[in-house]
Design a protein around this ligand. Sequence first.
Ligand code: CA
Length: 223
Amino acid sequence: MNILVVEDDPSVRTLVKAVLEHNGNSVHAEDTAATGEKAASEGDFDMIILDLGLPDGDGYEVCKSIRDKNITTPVLILSGEQETDVKVKCLKVGADDYLTKPFNTEELIARMEAIQRRTESASDQLLSCGELKVDLLKREFSINNEKVQLTNNEFNLLVYFLKNKNKIITQEELAEKVWDIHFDTQTNYINVYISYLRKKIREYSDVDYIETIRKKGFTFRCE
Ligand code: CA
């Protein structure tokens, strides 16, 4: 895993980094709320270990703000604070677990593995293409964190596109896989639904993701 550790206490930071690296992870460490939040927003991490008491702010606020940005990276909070209130507050803003200092490093690893098991099944339910995000479980679609309302047909079409990014998809394939019917060249409904979906995406984005390939079909362009 690629792990972000945000901890200002050098002894704890060094220990956590060494233990995680020893377990085969790569670790990026930060020691302030501001740099930690920046790294969490810009980096591609599998997990964030976050201290609550940071010199320039509260880990709680960091967690809240990354969740507000729809960053779903699992967060494990480290804190000397034993109060139940504090733990509850952290879990409520989207932390996945809480470990009280001083802690046993074996417990840290075990808790991280438990978080990973819990979140892996949830991440299967997410599809994305840059600013576009689909939550299959909630059947929600958002662009730049703004929710976009789609009809069932538009949603199913988008899901098929996101599962087959950058491939040429024929109208026949869409008819069969999305609508479960045999394609009839006399009808135009696939083009109609594609134009609806394209229009809704363009209301929130400058990018034209759906490319029409003449006489072949369509490609959902995704970097
Ligand atoms: Ca601290």
